[in-house]
Design a protein around this ligand. Sequence first.
Ligand SMILES: Nc1ncnc2c1ncn2[C@@H]1O[C@H](COP(=O)(O)OP(=O)(O)OP(=O)(O)O)[C@@H](O)[C@H]1O
Ligand SMILES: [Mg+2]
Length: 452
Amino acid sequence: MKLQYQLTIAFTTLLVVIMTLAGITIYAQMLQMLIKDEQRQLADKGELVVDFILSQGLNNTDNVHRLLQLISEYDLEVFAYDEGKEYIIFSSMPNTEMLENWVEHYNLNSPSQPLWQGEEDRYVVSIIPFLSPVSTQQLVLLTPLDDLQGVQSSLINRLVIIFLMGIAVAVLLSHYLTVKLVTPLTQLRHQMKKIEKRQFDDMETIKASGEIKEVEESVREMADELNSFIQSQRHFFQNASHELKTPLMTIQGYAEGIRDGIFDGEEKDRGFDVMVAEINRLKKIINEIILLAKLDSEPELYQPDVIDLTEFMERVMERALPIASEKGIDISLTQNEQVRLYADEEKLLQAVMNLVANAIRHATSKVEIMTTIEQNKLMMKVQDDGQGIDDELLKKIFHRFIKGESGDTGLGLAIARAIVEQSGGTIKAMNKSDHGALFTIAFAKFEKNPEK
Ligand SMILES: Nc1ncnc2c1ncn2[C@@H]1O[C@H](COP(=O)(O)OP(=O)(O)OP(=O)(O)O)[C@@H](O)[C@H]1O
Ligand SMILES: [Mg+2]
């Protein structure tokens, strides 16, 4: 069943249960309240009648007439009773049998009892004594319970109508609120279906607030992430197949040429040299692809340990010096900090060496390597004085197979980024304001001036 109906049904059921309980309680209390109220009214009116009798007396017909008028005005059923003489002095009630019954059965010792059971009906009784030390006379006022029950059922009817109207309004309100709550969820489900079908361009924004909005934002971020992952996988396969195809075609060309006797002598030897070089290149690309895949999927490949930065930079320089001197490039290291960090030394060396090798390849005359601490971060900087990096290339320089004109496989920086990020660092590339490119690796976690 739809969530919207479930919520409406749950809310309505709760409301009906609460209202029914409230109704039963009110019904049970109402008769008691009506009886008490009637008794109080009877007592008030009785007092007035007694006052009249005591003050005016009933000696002349005029007074009797006025008394009867007062009684009918108040709509009273009343009689005066002398308890001592067990004698009814006067009565406004035509039913004398009922009076005799009352005299016989009513227990005057507990006059506070509100209800008296007559032969057929029940009555609310109020007894007012004539205030005189010698008098045993009392005024007795009666109201049939039927009258009160009539009032009660008309009140209950009204109450039921109000309850039903209340339930109807509450159901409409709950329906409106649940629709408001459930609609964004339904829309979100549609958006998620689109993600499932990879229709990322058709995604729409949902009007929602609170937690649902937060979920919608998370779903959107997830979709963006998934989309860019799928795109990068697609580009990766396109680029990888292109990169593998080019050397394979060269090898095929030379191999077929040699087989068909097109290349001979020196050309044949050159063909073999090119084939070996292209096979080495293929091997390098495949090894780098495998390494990248492993860095992504096999965290155990990465074995971090404590690295002493000074010793680490010495190893970098040892490897960089022969490459730099072969190219006639001046290479220098500036290192002021004694620092230890925690990373996989061999992998980090590979990452930094790719930066250094790139810098030597693109430098005009010199490459500078520096380690500093800036804003509580350990920085490793590699800069050269070459042409710098083209703006378009700079945006995606860390992507796989992205390379410039003088580039090789275009995987070195992608590998470097994967290694640096696995080590808890970040890597950035930029052009210097004068000439050349600057690559910076930053680590937030490191140990400064460690004790040996
Ligand atoms: N210091 C630099 N100055 C100018 N361009 C650079 C510099 N470093 C890298 N680049 C550009 O970035 C591209 C990508 O570099 P990356 O190291 O990823 O690949 P590569 O050097 O071409 O191949 P690989 O490192 O896999 O042998 C390079 O082809 C080059 O065009
Ligand atoms: Mg490189």
